[in-house]
Design a protein around this ligand. Structure first.
Ligand SMILES: *Cc1c(COP(=O)(O)O)cnc(C)c1O
Length: 421
């Protein structure tokens, strides 16, 4: 059963309510290993579902375009103060609707259309909004991209430096969606300084690890930091832009009135709650557990013959090339999902297959750590993954269903925030 309970929704719209209940049960019954997902706390769920959704508040605290901001101003200020204190930054904007609009605001703040931006290419692990061709950021800006080394699977800083010297980007993005290793923000900063670029650290995936002390911070290196709030940071779907005082005005103007209208105040409240949670000692334990789980899982997968990009992980994320297992990423992901193991197919660097049917899978351990799983369960998780991939090669749905049952049995002992049996 969904928690908080939804009796009014059930009475008013049973069709929709039953779909919500179905999703809560699905999230309960599966090993959720999509690297960008998590479980938020029930406190965050409650804050996100409040009457704050009724309120318009274009502008910023003390400078709004609508009346009635007596409480909303305080809520947004609370979120901002908590973000500043948690990450140790001068300025925080908590209004971006999500990670993609947050990144667009960076373009609006620092670039004109046609200017050059540099980011990691999508198939190498970057994000669409770092200048990829199909994104507005690649269509409206001159985008140049760096990748990883074929031998090591790591970012090649000689390549990044050469490209930056040649192309003179105005903004350099550091960060991505499929980077299993520590990001060297100091190395990016040195290059950005040399060519006079703004360094934008996009920590959407690793924000919770940064906040919890399990990944080095970009603060002190990056000019602006963008992040989603719903991945490892474990808040509601949303985003923030953190910056030095120098860039505060440009960032705020870009978000509003540059790009957005009224902020989503119910989401801002959920972000404030999540930031408070992230400042507690238990969150540091969670962040450390996420990384410990990923390392333990990587070790167990390697022992079972999985080919991991860069040979392992430093963070919450693992990228595996399944070529040696004799199956593509997509059929493997589908089979794993049937086996109760939810992850996504993904390109691997220098992939020879197409993006819609690539060679790899991407997985993460944030949601498992939130659920209470530790290193102790990771060899079992790796064994299930291996069995499921083998079953997929043999088209053995019976095996997949057996694994799904075993996964459900294990997870019955680990309560899920947002669900009661
Ligand atoms: C998830 C992600 C985003 C985009 O976030 P959305 O909320 O999906 O728009 C941007 N950058 C990176 C690196 C991400 O991982």
């Amino acid at each position: 059963m969904h928690v908080p309970q939804i009796p009014h929704l059930t009475a008013a719209d049973p069709e929709l309510a039953s779909l919500v209940e179905g999703e809560a049960q699905r999230q309960h019954d599966k090993l959720r290993m999509i690297a960008s997902e998590n479980y938020v706390s029930e406190a965050v769920l409650e804050a996100s579902g409040t009457v704050l959704t009724n309120k318009y508040s274009e502008g910023y605290a003390g400078k709004r375009y609508y009346e009635g901001q007596q409480f909303v101003d305080q809520i947004e200020t609370l979120a901002i103060e908590r973000a500043r204190s948690l990450f140790g930054v001068d300025h925080a904007n908590v209004q971006p609707y999500s990670g993609s609009p947050a990144n667009l605001a960076v373009y609006l703040a620092f670039l004109d259309p046609g200017d050059t931006v540099m980011g990691m290419s999508l198939p190498m692990g970057g994000h669409l909004t770092h200048g990829w061709s199909v994104s507005a950021t690649g269509k409206w800006f001159n985008s140049v991209s760096y990748g990883v080394s074929r031998e090591t699977g790591l970012i090649d800083f000689d390549e990044v430096r050469d490209l930056a010297r040649r192309e003179r980007p105005k903004v350099i993005f550091a960060g991505g969606t499929a980077i299993p290793r520590t990001i060297d923000f100091a190395a990016f900063a040195e290059i950005a300084r040399e060519v006079g670029a703004v360094l934008a650290a996009d920590i959407a995936h690793i924000a919770g690890l940064v906040a919890g002390g399990a990944h080095p911070t970009p603060v002190g290196h990056a000019d602006v930091i963008t992040t989603t709030t719903h991945k490892t940071l474990r808040g509601p779907r949303g985003a923030m832009i953190l910056s030095t005082e120098e860039h505060a005005k440009a960032v705020d103007r870009a978000v509003f009135p540059g790009l957005q209208g009224g902020p989503h105040n119910h989401t801002t409240a959920g972000i404030a709650v999540a930031l408070r949670e992230a400042a507690q000692p238990a969150f540091r334990e969670y962040a450390a557990q996420v990384v410990a789980n990923a390392k333990a899982l990587a070790t167990a997968l390697i022992e079972r013959g999985f080919d991991l990009i860069s040979g392992g992980t430093d963070n919450h994320l693992i990228l595996a090339d399944l070529t040696g297992k004799g199956i593509g990423g997509k059929p493997a992901a589908k089979a794993l999902d049937r086996a109760g193991i939810e992850l996504n197919y993904n390109t691997v660097p220098f992939d020879t297959r197409k993006p819609f049917d690539p060679s790899g899978i991407r997985l993460g351990t944030a949601a498992l750590a939130t659920r209470g799983l530790t290193e102790a369960q990771m060899p079992q998780v790796a064994a299930w993954m291996d069995d499921a991939v083998t079953a997929a090669v043999k088209d053995d749905d019976g095996q997949l269903d057996r694994i799904a049952g075993e996964v459900r049995d294990l997870l019955a002992a680990y309560p899920m925030p947002g669900h009661r049996a």
